[in-house]
Design a protein around this ligand. Structure first.
Ligand code: 5CA
Length: 436
């Protein structure tokens, strides 16, 4: 895309309302604009990042056999009365009445709705196990929405739900999901650590939070650096193999990891000192096993192998898709701006035309833009070179292809890697080969 025709409103000044780096940078790089407290419009570059994150989440959910569906944002209050959560949820739930005075709500999560869908359609043990997920907007009327998209009121979540016939099956689904989560976060360049958690209003007796380190995180966390060295890819762990899942679970549970609520000072002392990682943490995902809590309260049963009714064992699994945009920036930025990992960057590269109107620069930039296609951004604005350099660093494109009049005359460009700052002067073909 040509930057002169893009809605990417970068800001030179730091917006006063933003308290943390990711919020500041998301506003300054023109990714989002707030429309009401805790509610954001995603501008073109921000949406590209959000979609890239959603794509990785989707690929890893599909890879473990979860099926994508899409449930609505608006739900009938009736369903939540059945599970007993309607009154308990309190002021965080946005309650709505339609013109017929029917009670509705903007969904904060979907356990009730998916249980209702399954109870209408699934009758026999032969149809299970199954897992489904969707990527959909949620609303929670947080008292104090803050830190931009990190704690919004409207936010994008991936929520998945598993249905199994027995405890052993449900635990297997839980472990597969945990593996899918580690892969998902690893592909985004994040070191997310699973930590045992309280189950809160979702209920159940087994739960993990996935936490990344960031100075503005909400809880203090402690973990063994051994987690960071593990290769979670399909080459190391096959999600369909029980022995691989057992080996994976062993690794996830033997290394030390805890939030301050569950911190055990004596166990922490046993972690070798150089491997101790400690800091503030942001929760980017949360998974729950809660057995028959919803299937029993909402009367969902299948006919079991012996003909008797059986309440399926369930789990639910959330990832904060919009929160991840902020989380990745917290983990990957410097004083100049964002440093996007290649896998989620809004544009693979930016072409910086340092002298628009110079025939050589224009010709070379047009050639590059033609060969690279719309996955790159072409800064064709009539701006000073300094402004273009600053904006490119702020926006955080993984590669910058810098075209100035002297180089252009010789058919050469400068290629800069944002993360390392490394620069090389290359021919057009060499530069394109580096970009891969
Ligand atoms: N039903 C379960 C699992 S699907 C559930 O709702 N879990 S949750 O409450 O932990 O939310 C899942 C993830 O959504 C969290 O880990 C977090 O990353 C994200 N999230 C939760 N609240 C917010 C919020 N206010 N703003 C942005 N992201 C949020």
């Amino acid at each position: 895309m040509r930057l002169s025709r893009c809605l990417i409103p970068t800001l030179k000044e730091t917006p006063a309302e933003a308290q943390i780096a990711s919020h500041r940078l998301m506003l300054r790089a023109g990714l989002v604009r707030q429309t009401a407290a805790g509610i954001y419009a995603w501008l073109p570059a921000g949406l590209r990042v959000l979609n890239n994150i959603a794509r990785i989440v989707r690929e890893e959910q599909d890879a473990i056999g979860a099926q994508e569906l899409l449930m609505p944002t608006i739900q009938p209050a009736e369903l939540w009365r059945e599970s007993g959560r309607y009154d308990g949820y309190g002021k965080e739930m946005l309650r709505i009445r339609d013109r017929h005075d029917r009670e509705l709500l903007y969904g904060p999560t979907n356990e009730e709705m998916i249980t209702d869908i399954f109870r209408q359609s699934v009758r026999s043990y032969r149809e299970l196990p199954q897992a489904v997920y969707h990527i959909q907007w949620k609303f929670r009327d947080e008292v104090r929405p803050r830190f931009g998209v990190m704690r919004g009121r409207e936010f994008l979540m991936k929520d998945a739900y598993s249905f199994d016939l027995d405890h052993a099956g449900a635990v297997r689904s839980y472990r597969q999901m945990m593996l899918a989560y580690m892969r998902t976060f690893q592909r985004m360049g994040l070191k997310a650590i699973p930590m045992q958690a309280e189950t809160g209003p979702i209920g159940g007796d087994l739960s993990h939070e996935f936490i990344i380190l960031a100075p503005t995180g909400e809880s203090q966390v402690f973990y063994d650096a051994a987690f960071e060295a593990i290769d979670y890819s399909g080459g190391n762990f096959d999600h369909a193999s029980d022995s691989d899942l057992a080996r994976f679970t062993e690794l996830m549970t033997t290394h030390y990891a805890a939030t301050d609520e569950k911190h055990d000072a004596a166990a922490w002392q046993r972690v070798p000192e150089p491997d101790r990682r400690e800091g503030r943490g942001i929760e980017v995902g949360h998974i729950f096993y809660f057995g028959t809590k919803y299937s029993a309260s909402m009367g969902f049963a299948v006919t079991g192998p012996d003909g008797a009714p059986l309440h399926p064992e369930m789990g639910s699994y959330g990832i904060g898709v919009s929160r991840l945009v902020g989380g990745i920036i917290e983990a990957s930025h410097d004083a100049q701006g964002i440093i996007w990992p290649d896998s989620v960057a809004p544009f693979r590269a930016v072409i910086l035309n340092l002298k628009p109107g110079d025939a050589g620069c224009d010709r070379l930039c047009d050639e590059l833009y033609g060969r690279l296609g719309t996955e790159v951004l072409y800064d064709d604005r009539a701006e000073r070179a300094g402004v273009k350099f600053a904006d490119a660093d702020l926006m955080g494109h993984p590669w910058q292809i810098i075209v100035g009049p002297r180089g252009a005359a010789a058919g050469r460009v400068e290629l800069k890697r944002r993360a390392s700052g490394e620069r090389a002067e290359l021919s057009v073909d060499e530069a394109l080969a580096r970009l891969g």
